[in-house]
Ligand binder design. Structure first.
Ligand code: XUL
Ligand code: CO
Length: 436
């Protein structure tokens, strides 16, 4: 039985169509810079928001109308939901999905029962993956919702919480491997602190690193070859999350010798919560060869929290795609819509509108970014801006030939620096609009 009988497979109809449930830009087989749009973008649907989001907020009850749900936390309901999820992804034409262990299967009364529930649903996920060709972009364990993790998981003051979390990650790695997942994500849900007066920060960070090493070791042991990803976020739920931004994550990974196994999963709304733009986070990760995947969403500039809205702003998606193309793409990562329909968009149909809009915004961003790159005006400007480093004293500094003494001799002779040139921000912002 179909959960979305009124929707057939979403088609590419081109920029002129007025059909809101058609792609105007996302033409999956269209080749851009030598690769299909499908392979550039590697779109992924998240299980937690799209199939588990209820519309609950701190002020009100759930609002989502989901006729396929029977209202219980049973494995049967979870299996039925899994079939609906795959009907949705198939109709959307999204090649990937991502989940937390507890989104797809209910937590049981014991760890053993939770693992059994997970296995039962995973068998159906596998069957549906084979039926539809939709693949798993990444799995992750939810180490933040259950009260046992109120002080964190790997960074908890309670060693038992670490041990329990290890069991969850062990199981989730096994299932992710079984389902052919191409990445595995760590988002440090409650890995941070609320108050330094009760916190041994050094010990907590040491434990977090130990946890990640144990996961990497276990992945090797079972032959899981997916890419490990760490997802920066500065706050929410804790006041300070240890993985606060790309720079903090990379520093953590370096300090604890984890850079070989990990890259970053960069999320737009987390970037802005950290006081950065998404482009900043992408550039910072990319320049250190640490860009792995993105959680594509957006915040609301009027609100100060993680609203996880679907991205529709073409300027934003263009900036994302400029960075992503610059650093050679995301694979095996992807563009994962860690985004939710808002509480007022409660009908099943809204899930389609949200994803079609997000995918089209990214497809258009990709096309615009490719056009910008083909013209090369920005690249040319930046190259020229730094041209003093290509010759003379600049080249000598970069090569290491010029030390302080040589630089002193150089400047004593020259007496003043050569003239500065305008940064031309306004001209460049105007130039950007030419492509939009
Ligand atoms: C939370 C968040 C998570 C991670 C996966 O802000 O982004 O959903 O993406 O745990
Ligand atoms: Co996320």
């Amino acid at each position: 039985m179909s959960a979305f009988p009124e929707i057939s497979k979403i088609q590419y109809e081109g920029p002129e169509t007025k059909n809101p449930l058609a792609y105007r830009w996302y033409n999956e087989d269209e080749v851009i810079e030598g690769q299909t749009m499908k392979d550039h973008l590697r779109f992924s649907v998240v299980y937690w928001h799209t199939f588990r989001g209820s519309g609950l907020d701190p002020f009100g009850a759930p609002t989502m109308v989901r006729p396929w749900e029977d209202g219980t936390d049973s494995v049967e309901n979870a299996i039925n939901r899994a079939r609906v999820a795959f009907e949705f992804m198939e109709k959307l034409g999204a090649p990937y999905y991502a989940f937390h262990d507890r989104d797809v299967a209910p937590e049981g009364a014991t760890l053993a029962e939770s693992n059994q529930n997970f296995d039962a649903v995973a068998a159906v996920l596998k069957e549906e993956q084979e039926r539809t060709g939709v693949k798993l972009l990444w799995g992750t364990a939810n180490l933040f919702s259950h009260p046992r993790y109120l002080h964190g998981a790997s960074t908890s003051c309670n060693a038992d919480a670490f041990a329990y979390a290890a069991c969850q990650v062990k199981k989730c790695l096994e299932v992710t491997k079984e389902l052919g997942g191409v990445n595995y994500v760590f988002w440090g849900g409650r890995e941070g602190y609320q108050n330094l007066l009760n916190t041994d920060m050094k010990r907590e960070l040491d434990h977090m690193a130990t946890f990640m090493h144990l996961a990497v070791d276990y992945a090797k042991q079972i032959g899981f070859t997916g890419q490990f990803l760490i997802e920066p976020k500065p706050k929410e739920p804790t006041k300070h999350q240890y993985d606060s931004d790309a720079a903090a994550c990379i520093n953590f990974l370096r300090a604890y010798d984890l850079t070989d196994a990990f890259k970053l999963n960069v999320e737009t709304n987390h970037a802005t919560l950290a006081g950065h733009t998404m482009m900043h986070e992408l550039e910072y990760s990319g320049m250190q060869d640490m860009l792995g995947s993105i959680d594509a969403n957006t915040g609301d500039l009027m609100l100060g929290w993680d609203t996880d809205q679907f991205p529709t702003n073409i300027y934003l998606t263009t900036e994302c795609m400029l960075s992503i193309l610059k650093f050679g793409g995301l694979a095996p990562g992807g563009v994962n819509f860690d985004a939710k329909v808002r509480r007022e968009s409660f009908e099943p149909m809204d899930l389609f509108h949200a994803h079609v809009g997000g995918m089209d915004a990214f497809a258009r961003g990709l096309k615009i970014a490719a056009a910008i790159r083909a013209d090369g005006e920005f690249d040319g400007f930046v190259k020229e801006r730094y041209s003093s480093w290509d010759r003379g004293v600049g080249a000598d500094i970069e090569s290491g030939a010029a030390k302080f003494t040589e630089l002193e001799n150089y400047m004593l002779e020259k007496s003043e620096i050569s003239q500065n040139v305008s940064g031309r921000q306004e001209m460049l912002e105007h130039l950007m609009n030419r492509y939009l």
